[in-house]
Design a protein around this ligand. Structure first.
Ligand code: NAP
Length: 284
């Protein structure tokens, strides 16, 4: 068996094309241009690239983006004040604080300054609680993008056994919550899990979010399982041994071009939804 490749680039492009139509409709009906504010503290090169990419995608579909760049020396109080100001600005519909902030900043305090309605990156306690209780809120973007990709490929989630490897606040934990909300039976694995391969072997859906190149072995995969590789390691390598797993899985995400593009598409789509909600547009 050779697994079908799940083309995140294509699905992300379709997601953005649909978002572009919604943006045009919002502008047509209200004259307001949906806007994402990206907040970056310091000048970490990878973070600079990520925020640039996000703004470029916004502008590419007719949205506005607001660049907020603060010096490395910014204090928690200054950052919280800046984010609070954006939260109060009616022209800003979504706020993204690029992670990681410099170590002296209390990043949690800064995240919590984002109003839940503008938390399009799904990083606040409020968004997490909404997601966990199955209420309308914004998902953390990478797990949200993974669910969208599963849906785009008509993968049945309900009743399936999903094994999530990793329990970080931005990936593993929200991933488990989203899959649970879709009625999967969910197992969360982490660094203290024993007999990891045996646990993974039971999965109909595997989500790898470990941060270790080619960590998930081909012989851990149950024949016919669907494998979602969230990993993104130096050299464009995922967390799954792709060559081994693709001969056993029924579907698999490549790295790059699988989960990655879905993350930004989810962020942009959630920003359009945030704008529609703030403008009381039920049909956008
Ligand atoms: P993280 O915060 O470092 O979390 C890694 C998780 O893996 C932890 O929960 C850790 O367990 C677990 N783990 C580590 N070693 C393990 C082992 N030997 N066996 C089982 N579990 C183990 O990483 P993250 O932020 O969630 O990111 C995970 C991966 O996704 C990275 O490759 C990252 O680059 C990628 N990523 C991609 C995107 C995207 O847009 N595509 C976005 C974000 C992240 P403990 O909790 O026990 O330590």
């Amino acid at each position: 068996m050779t697994a079908e490749l799940m083309d995140g680039k294509r699905v992300a492009a379709e997601t953005l094309a649909a978002a572009e139509k919604r943006v045009a409709h919002i502008i047509d009906q209200t004259g307001v241009v949906p806007c994402l504010a990206t907040v970056l503290v310091g000048a970490d090169p990878a973070s600079v690239t990520y925020t640039q990419m996000k703004r470029k995608r916004c502008e590419g579909i007719g949205m506005r983006s607001l660049k907020v760049e603060l010096p490395e020396s910014t204090t928690t109080e200054q950052l919280v004040a800046e984010i609070t100001k954006l939260g109060q600005d009616d022209a800003v519909h979504g706020i993204l604080l690029q992670h990681p902030s410099p170590p002296h900043v209390d990043e949690r305090a800064a995240f919590e300054a984002i109003p839940v309605g503008k938390d399009v990156d799904g990083v606040t306690f409020g968004s997490f609680a909404h997601m966990w209780f199955g209420e309308a809120g914004f998902a953390s973007c990478t797990p949200g993008g993974i669910v969208r990709l599963l849906d785009a490929y008509n993968v049945k989630i309900e009743g399936k056994h999903a094994v999530v490897i990793g329990r970080s606040a931005i990936l593993g934990k929200p991933m488990a919550g989203l899959l649970l909300d879709r009625n999967a039976t969910v197992t969360i694995c982490h660094s203290r899990t024993q007999n990891l391969g045996t646990v993974v072997k039971q999965a109909d859906i595997v989500v790898a979010a470990v941060g270790k190149p080619q960590f998930v072995q081909g012989d851990w995969i149950k024949p016919g399982a669907v494998v979602m590789d969230a990993g993104y390691n130096p050299g464009n390598v995922g967390d799954v041994d792709f060559d081994a797993a693709k001969g056993i899985a029924s579907m698999i995400t490549p790295v790059p071009g699988g989960v990655g593009p879905m993350t930004i598409a989810t962020l942009i789509d959630q920003t359009v939804t945030a704008a529609a909600r703030q403008l009381n547009m039920q049909d956008a």
